[in-house]
Design a protein around this ligand. Structure first.
Ligand SMILES: C[S@@+](CC[C@H](N)C(=O)[O-])C[C@H]1O[C@@H](n2cnc3c(N)ncnc32)[C@H](O)[C@@H]1O
Length: 290
């Protein structure tokens, strides 16, 4: 059985229907405009159809899908969802191991985070998160890097940045349950709190503080809509790393951030997903003095 998903956030309602194999991209694009759902596709060997399920916290989000695309809606028990998650650790090369249940054993050579499955997005194994984690571990000096993690989910990226030595980290999500979970995950992994967790919608971001490194693993639609706010949170000379973008939406997102006067430094592709790394130029001396 082959599963692909953007992993549900605290799912309580599920919409499901069978789709024709080969039409996955079309369905991913259709579902991307529904910001309040998370989906999973399940392929079974020898089966020409794929089971598509979308999860949401409110029934209205999934009944709207059933109204538009047919299919069935049902309520999901929390225990049922947790039971579908894999317990295998997630590895980012040889740098980081993310385990999903607390344990006493420790590999001294590997950084380790414990992120239990089942409540907020961000176990680390999704390609969009994996690419960002890989880039974090390649990032050089952390001693003076302030980090902003937008759409933190389980807090996985903020926690990895803390593990690496970032001294000032702010992490936000518009889902209060995700913020609560992320804060708990910090307690699970570190003896003292350091990260500032905030419940906030990225589209309403009015942060006066600017950050050296801004991370945003969000749907392309939100990245596009909130481009001025997201780009505005990057310090002069700082970097912005965007993930959660489908290849088919790469151009659209690229145009939105070029319009914010950011320079694209790297595009990383994995399967259908793209991560874009941007730099905000330092102001020239002349521009500062005028
Ligand atoms: C794809 S998950 C990323 C989680 C984690 N950062 C990672 O990389 O695995 C996106 C997260 O963004 C949050 N989110 C979606 N739209 C948002 C918005 N408009 N403002 C703030 N957070 C948002 C969701 O609640 C979810 O936790």
């Amino acid at each position: 059985m082959n599963k692909r998903s953007n992993l549900p956030v605290r799912p309580t309602w599920c919409w499901r229907r069978w789709i024709v194999s080969g039409q996955e991209d079309l369905w991913i694009e259709r579902l991307q405009s529904h910001a309040d759902i998370n989906w999973v596709m399940t392929e079974k060997p020898g089966c020409v159809r794929i089971l598509l399920e979308a999860y949401a916290r409110k029934p209205a989000a999934v009944t709207a899908l059933a109204h538009t695309f047919g299919g069935k809606v049902r309520r999901v028990q929390a225990a049922e969802w947790v039971g579908t998650q894999t317990a295998a650790p997630t590895r980012i090369g040889t740098h980081l191991e993310i385990i999903h249940a607390p344990t006493r054993t420790r590999q001294p050579t590997t950084h380790r985070l414990c992120i239990p499955h089942g409540v907020a997005f961000g176990s680390g194994d999704h390609a969009t998160t994996h690419m960002l984690l890989g880039a974090l571990f390649k990032h050089g000096d952390w001693s003076h890097t302030s980090v902003l993690d937008l759409g933190t989910g389980s807090g996985v990226l903020a926690l990895a940045a803390r593990l690496l030595g970032a001294h000032k980290i702010v992490a936000t999500d518009f889902d209060p349950e995700a913020v609560r979970t992320a804060r708990q995950n910090e307690t699970l992994n570190f003896s003292t709190p350091l990260i500032r967790w905030q419940c906030a919608d990225v589209k309403k971001l009015r942060s006066p503080a600017r950050h050296d490194l801004v991370l945003a693993n969000l749907f392309s639609g939100i990245l596009g809509e909130a481009a001025p706010q997201i780009a505005g949170s990057v310090a002069m000379g700082g970097q912005l790393w965007l993930s959660g973008i489908l290849r088919t939406q790469e151009q659209e997102v690229t145009a939105a951030y070029r319009a914010q006067k950011l320079t694209l430094t790297r595009a990383l592709h994995r399967g259908k997903w793209v991560m874009l790394q941007w730099q905000k130029k330092l102001k020239s001396r002349r521009a500062i003095s005028t």
